[in-house]
Design a protein around this ligand. Structure first.
Ligand SMILES: [Mn+2]
Length: 471
C-alpha cells in the first residue's frame, strides 16, 4: 500500500485537466491509495469505505483482468482535484461554469475504449468485477454513470442509475431522478418499445460530477454537453457498436444496451444514501445488454460503494451545492460554502454565509429548503467562524447560536426523500414519501450582542503542542 489520504494535502491550483481517469489518478498520485495485495471482491466495499481519498485495487482475486477504483470525491480536498483548482476555489468555479453555455462534445471515430470490443454471445457483464454493497442488498450492484439521448432534443442526459445484473446480458435498472423518466416517456410516446442506453465506467471524475446534475434542464442542454464546460476542455465521444449513441472515447469500460419500456418488475431493495436499506422493494425496468467495449491492459472498473459514508452521499449533490451557491449569492449574502456533508445522510445541507443585516438568513434557508431535489430536509446556516468540516463544531453552533423560537423555521408536509425512514410513504405513489422541512439559523447574531459570540481559548493555544512534551 502506498500513499496516505487522511490529511488535507497541498493542492496545486488551476491546472489543465486530464482527459481520462488514468491521467487523473497519475496526476493526483499524492492523494491516491494503491492496494497491490490480492483482495477478494467481497472485501472491496468494506475496504473502500475506510478510505477518505481515492483508492485503487490493482489485484482482485476473482477478477485478475480488472482493476477497481472508488472514493474519488468524498471530501472537498479531493473534489477540488476534479476541477483542477484549489479547495477554496472549487465551489465558486463549479457554480460559475454551470452558468456558462454548453460546450458540447467533439465526435471522433474511435478511441481507447474500443481497444476490446465484445458483441453477441461474447457479451457477459457478469465477468465485470461488480461487488455486493451490503448483506441487506445481497446481490451485485452497478453504480456507473449512464447516458441516454432525449429523442426530441437530441441532448445527452446522464445520471447514475443503480443496476443489478442478473444474467450475462440482462439486469434491472433503477432511475432515481425524474429526468430519465421524462425521456423514457418521450420514447413511449413515439411508439418505441426500448431506449438505447450506455453504462460508462471509469471516466475523469468531472464527468461524474456533471452527470449527477439532477434539476430540470430540458431546453438547452443535457449533462454530457456540459462536461466540457465544467472541465474547461474538449471531451471526445465515439459511436457505440450496437446502439445509436455516443460515449466518452477515453472511458475505461462501456456497456451498451437497451431499456425495456413495456413494463416494470418487482425487485429487491437498495442501500440508500441515507445509509438505510431503503426502499426495500422497487418496481423497475429490465435492461438488456448488447455490447461491452473497454480499454486493454487491466481496465479500471469504477465502483461507488454505497454505504456507509462514501462518494454516495456527496457525489449526487455536488451540482446541488453549486446551484444553491448561485441562488443564495443572488439574494446578496456572501456564500463561503454550501455543503451536503457525508455525515448529513444526504438529506441535510449546510450554508456557510455572511449577511449584511437581519432577514437574509431566513430567505437563504427557504431557498435551500424549497430546492427542486429531495435532499434539503434539514438546512443549517452557520457563520464563517464555524468549521464546516467538523460535525462537532456545527452541532455546537446549533446548540449555542440558536434561539429556537426565533431561529428555527419548520414547514410541514413537503416532498420527502424515498430514503428517509422518518418520512411517511404516500399510498399509491411509492417510493415517494411526505415529511416536513426544518431550517436552522446557527449563524452568530451580532445584532443581538457581538461580544457574546467571542470564544475563549487557553493562553498560547495553537502554539504549544502536547506532542512536544511526550517522550
Ligand atoms: Mn438530466
Amino acid at each position: 500500500m502506498t500513499g496516505a489520504a487522511s490529511e488535507k494535502p497541498h493542492v496545486p491550483t488551476n491546472r489543465g485537466l486530464d482527459r481520462d481517469l488514468r491521467g487523473y489518478l497519475e496526476t493526483n498520485a499524492d492523494i491516491l491509495t494503491t492496494i497491490e495485495k490480492p483482495v477478494s471482491i467481497d472485501d472491496i466495499g468494506a475496504l473502500s469505505a475506510q478510505s477518505e481519498g481515492p483508492i485503487l485495487f490493482e489485484n482482485i482475486t476473482e477478477y485478475p483482468d480488472f482493476r477497481l477504483c472508488d472514493i474519488l470525491v468524498k471530501h472537498r480536498w479531493s473534489q477540488c482535484r476534479a476541477l483542477g483548482v484549489a479547495q477554496d476555489e472549487y465551489l465558486p468555479t463549479l457554480a460559475r461554469r454551470l452558468r456558462e453555455p454548453p460546450r458540447g462534445f467533439v465526435d471522433v471515430p474511435t478511441g481507447p475504449v474500443k481497444e476490446v470490443v465484445r458483441t453477441g454471445d461474447a457479451v457477459d457483464w457478469l465477468k465485470l468485477p461488480v461487488p455486493i454493497h451490503s448483506a441487506e442488498e445481497g446481490q451485485r450492484y452497478i453504480s456507473a454513470m449512464n447516458i441516454v439521448r432525449d429523442p426530441e432534443t437530441g441532448f445527452y442526459n446522464s445520471s447514475h442509475a443503480g443496476t443489478t445484473p442478473v444474467g450475462p446480458r440482462h439486469g434491472w435498472i433503477s432511475f432515481a431522478t425524474p429526468h430519465t423518466h421524462i425521456v423514457m416517456d418521450k420514447y413511449r410516446a413515439m411508439g418505441l418499445k426500448e431506449m438505447p442506453i450506455a453504462l460508462v465506467f471509469g471516466v475523469h471524475p468531472a464527468y461524474e460530477i456533471m452527470a449527477n446534475f439532477s434539476g430540470m434542464h430540458m431546453d438547452l442542454w443535457g449533462e454530457i454537453e456540459m462536461v466540457g464546460t465544467v472541465m474547461d476542455r474538449d471531451v471526445e465521444m465515439v459511436p457505440c457498436e450496437t446502439i445509436d449513441l455516443r460515449v466518452p472515447a477515453h472511458a475505461e469500460i462501456v456497456v451498451e444496451g437497451t431499456v425495456d419500456l413495456s413494463g416494470t418488475h418487482e425487485v429487491g431493495g437498495v442501500n440508500a444514501p441515507t445509509m438505510y436499506f431503503l426502499p426495500r422493494e422497487q418496481k423497475i425496468p429490465r435492461i438488456d445488454i448488447t455490447a461491452i467495449t473497454m480499454r486493454s491492459g487491466k481496465p479500471i472498473y469504477r465502483n461507488h460503494q454505497t454505504v456507509p459514508e462514501t462518494d454516495h452521499q456527496p457525489l449526487p449533490r455536488l451540482c446541488h451545492e453549486a446551484v444553491l451557491y448561485n441562488r443564495i449569492t443572488e439574494i446578496g449574502l456572501t456564500v463561503h460554502d454550501v455543503r451536503f456533508p457525508t455525515w448529513g445522510a444526504a438529506v441535510s445541507c449546510i450554508l456557510q454565509v455572511s449577511y449584511p443585516r437581519e432577514g437574509f438568513v431566513n430567505d437563504a434557508l427557504m431557498q435551500a429548503m424549497g430546492a427542486p431535489w429531495l435532499n434539503t430536509k434539514m438546512v443549517v446556516a452557520i457563520g464563517p467562524d464555524t468549521d464546516i468540516d467538523n460535525p462537532g463544531a456545527v452541532y455546537r453552533a446549533m446548540a449555542t447560536r440558536v434561539d429556537p423560537a426565533r431561529d428555527i423555521v419548520v414547514v410541514p408536509g413537503t416532498r420527502g426523500s424515498p430514503y428517509d425512514p422518518s418520512a411517511a410513504p404516500v399510498p399509491g405513489h411509492e417510493p415517494f414519501r411526505l415529511v416536513g422541512k426544518i431550517g436552522i439559523d446557527a449563524t452568530p447574531k451580532p445584532h443581538r450582542g457581538d461580544d457574546d459570540y467571542r470564544e475563549a481559548f487557553p493562553l498560547n493555544w495553537g502554539k504549544v503542542k502536547l506532542e512536544d512534551y511526550l517522550s
